[in-house]
Each structure stands twice: as C-alpha cells, then as structure tokens.
Design a protein around this ligand. Structure first.
Ligand code: DOR
Ligand code: ZN
Length: 350
C-alpha cells in the first residue's frame, strides 16, 4: 500500500479568490498547498484592463499571510470593448498570463461577457500573434439549449469556429464536464506543445448530476458548468488520470457564503481549495493512477503555459483512519461550506 507521496508543488490553473474579506478568508486555503493559480477576473466590476489587473494583484499579495509563498497569475476579462493594445501591453509587462472569455450571462458575474464574437476578433488575433492563451468558459447561453447540452453546443458553434478563424490562438477549455470536450481536446493537435489544453476540476471527478438532485436538492453541489451524467464523469476521470499532458488541474474553487448558496436562487460554485489535493490523491489512487497525479496537478499546466515547474514539493500521506476535513471555513460574510465528497478520505497534505 502506498502511504506517502511526494510531488512537485502543484498549481491551480483556474481559481476564484474574490476580493476584500472573502479574499482574505479563502486565499490561505489555496496558498497552503499551491504555488500559483490562474486568478479568475469575474469580480464586480470585472477585471477588464491591465490597470485593474495590476491593482487586483496588489490586493491579493497584500492579503497573503506572512510566511506563505504564492504567485497569482492574473487574467483579463474579455469584453466587446477590450482594447487589443491594452491586452498586449499587459502581456508584455508580464502582468497577465491569460485572457478569460465568458459568454455573456453564462455564469456568476458574466454580464459583461461576450455576445457577438465578431467584436472580439481583433483581440483574439492579437493574442494569437503574441502567444497569450485564451481561457474559455465553454457554455452557450441560448435559452433554447438545454443546460446539460450547453458545453457540447459551445464546442460546435463557438469554440471550433473561433479556433479555425484564428490559427495559432492558444486555448484552454476550462472546467470541462463532458466526454465531448475531452474527445475534442484529443482530436485536435498534438499531445506536446499543441494549442489546446483543458482543465478539469476536482469536484467534476467526484460527482455526477445525481449528487445534486437525488434524495433532495444539494445546493453545495451546484456549479457551472453543471455536473453531467455518470458516463461523462467517468470520461473526465479517464482523461485526468491518463497522463495525457493536455489535461491539467483547475479547481474552479468558487467560494460563496452559505446564505448565498442555500437560497431560492442559489449561486453556482463548489469550494474545494481546502481539500482538493487530498481528494485528488483519493481519486487517482482509486483509479490505480497515483503515478499520474503529479503530472495532472504539477507538470502539465506549467508545460502548457510555458512556465517553469515549481521547485518546492508537497507530500501527501495516507492514514488508516479517515482524516478530518473542516466542514466550512469562517469568513466575515458568513461560513463557506467546504466541498463534501460523500465518502471518507484517508489522504492528507503533510
Ligand atoms: O460554478 C461556478 N462558479 N462556475 C463559474 O463559472 C463561476 C463560479 C463563480 O464565480 O462562482
Ligand atoms: Zn470558474
């Protein structure tokens, strides 16, 4: 039995840190285990310009407790008014690592996102020219499209046309939830040095849509893109644990207070920063793939983003007895519930 595993310190290639009191409460949960994270820009108002990203980065670094080391990798929120030159300058100065595409209305704070994709063509062309990756929230928002089909339809109607029209554009399909998305990634380009990668969350490896809806509605399992059928969860498990470099960890850890989750119109998001690494060890061990955990969490992401791997390490240990994971973390705005996998977990970060 493997009871200890040391890996290169992981990174989180998709994270929501929010701002203010919430930022101060959740940042240590990530910084404890992760060297870097791609920081989502869906604040209110969103982080659209280089100046806004610089100010947000300063607030994150100011919120980092003494003695913790963590590097926020900033993103810009793509709008129809985004200036390609502002994006290029933010990239050239080393400030931003990616630009985030939200279709307008797709998820939390996405009202300023894109409706007419032709309007962002100049930005996408500039990004292809300078090698700046586009992170996509891959769901269409057309009310006629069933919510469980929105990711697959996005690939056909939006993503594939954008990629064909913009050769060289580097794209990360974020938080993929379907076999369709995993298949699309594998069908395009090469394993090494290609233009297309995908992040997978911890929770989408663990829950399917039954977890949300069977035996009473479970708002803490509601996130976007919403979890799909079991066959899709299994396809995600296969992709994540395969060792294929195009798939890497992006937790999409998204804190909302219990008051905002447990409501008649509850917010989307699972908060997994606290227990992600322990849960991943469980998942990879269950699939006989512990030797691929380091690639998924610590190596494939830096390779895609053309960044060095972290120098530090992280050790996971397995105990006979289940480990205690806090049910929630306290914030001045109210408690934030930590994702409950629904099974006992024996792994913990040493
Ligand atoms: O579940 C989600 N929560 N999905 C998103 O795309 C946004 C996120 C959030 O900001 O809460
Ligand atoms: Zn997200």
């Amino acid at each position: 039995m493997t009871d200890s595993l040391t890996i290169t310190r992981p990174d989180d290639w998709h994270l929501h840190l929010r701002d203010g009191d919430m930022l101060r409460a959740v940042l240590p949960e990530t910084a404890r285990h992760f060297g870097r994270a791609i920081i989502m820009p869906n604040l209110v108002p969103p982080v659209v310009t280089g100046d806004q990203a610089a100010a947000y980065r300063d607030r994150i670094l100011a919120a980092l407790p003494q003695g913790m080391s963590f590097a926020p990798l900033m993103t810009l929120y793509l709008t129809e008014d985004t200036d390609p030159e502002d994006v290029a300058a933010a990239h050239a100065s080393g400030l931003v690592t990616a630009v985030k595409l939200y279709p307008a209305g797709a998820t939390t704070n996405s009202a300023s996102g894109v409706t007419n994709f032709d309007k962002v063509r100049p930005v996408l062309e500039k990004m292809a020219e300078i090698g700046l990756p586009l992170c996509t929230h891959g769901e269409v928002t057309d009310p006629d499209i069933d919510i469980f089909d929105r990711e697959a339809v996005f690939i056909d109607r939006v993503l594939d046309p954008i990629r064909r029209a913009t050769p060289g554009l580097r794209v990360v399909m974020e938080h993929i939830t379907t076999a369709n998305a995993a298949d699309y990634v594998r069908s395009q380009g090469t394993v090494d040095g290609g233009d297309l990668g995908a992040t997978i969350t911890t929770h989408h490896l663990i829950i399917n849509r039954n977890a949300i809806l069977v035996g009473g509605i479970k708002p803490h399992y509601y996130c976007l893109p919403v979890a799909k059928r079991e066959e899709h969860r299994l396809a995600l498990r296969a992709a994540a644990t395969s060792g294929d470099k195009r798939f890497f960890l992006g937790t999409d850890s998204a804190p909302h207070t219990d008051a905002n989750k447990l409501s008649a119109c509850g917010c989307a998001g699972c908060f997994t920063a606290t227990n992600t690494m322990a849960l991943l060890a469980h998942v990879f061990e269950e699939d006989g793939a512990l030797d691929h955990l380091e690639g998924f969490a610590s190596k494939h992401g830096p390779a895609f983003y053309r960044l060095p791997e972290n120098k530090a390490t992280l050790t996971l240990v397995k105990s006979d007895a289940p480990v205690h994971i806090p049910q929630s973390i306290a914030t001045p705005d109210g408690p934030v519930t930590v994702f409950d996998p629904g099974f006992p977990v024996h792994w913990t970060v040493a």
